[in-house]
Design a protein around this ligand. Structure first.
Ligand code: FES
Length: 86
């Protein structure tokens, strides 16, 4: 997802995550995983959020998934909570 809020350009990394959405730290606009704005707290009618109110988002796939590896934790065997390749 693009790092900059479309509203006033605040870095979205300053915000926080609620469920599957990121909430901008400045005015609280919320964006879902597709980059669409889902809530503007200052608007009375949330259904009036324009479709163009969205930030660029990018599909991400982990390298492990691409190469067919799976992750399993060794926690049960060793008590170590770090993930390892199997
Ligand atoms: S700058 Fe992000 S909601 Fe205003």
């Amino acid at each position: 997802m693009h790092e900059v809020c479309i509203h006033r350009g605040t870095a979205l990394s300053l915000g926080h995550v609620e469920g599957c959405e990121i909430v901008c730290a400045y005015h609280g606009w919320r964006f879902d995983e597709t980059g669409a704005c889902t809530r503007i707290p200052q608007m009375e009618n949330q259904t009036a959020i324009p479709a163009k109110a969205r930030i660029a988002s990018y599909f991400v796939r982990s390298a492990m998934e691409l190469f067919g590896f799976s992750e399993r934790t060794s926690e049960a065997a060793t008590g170590d909570s770090r993930a390892r390749l199997t």
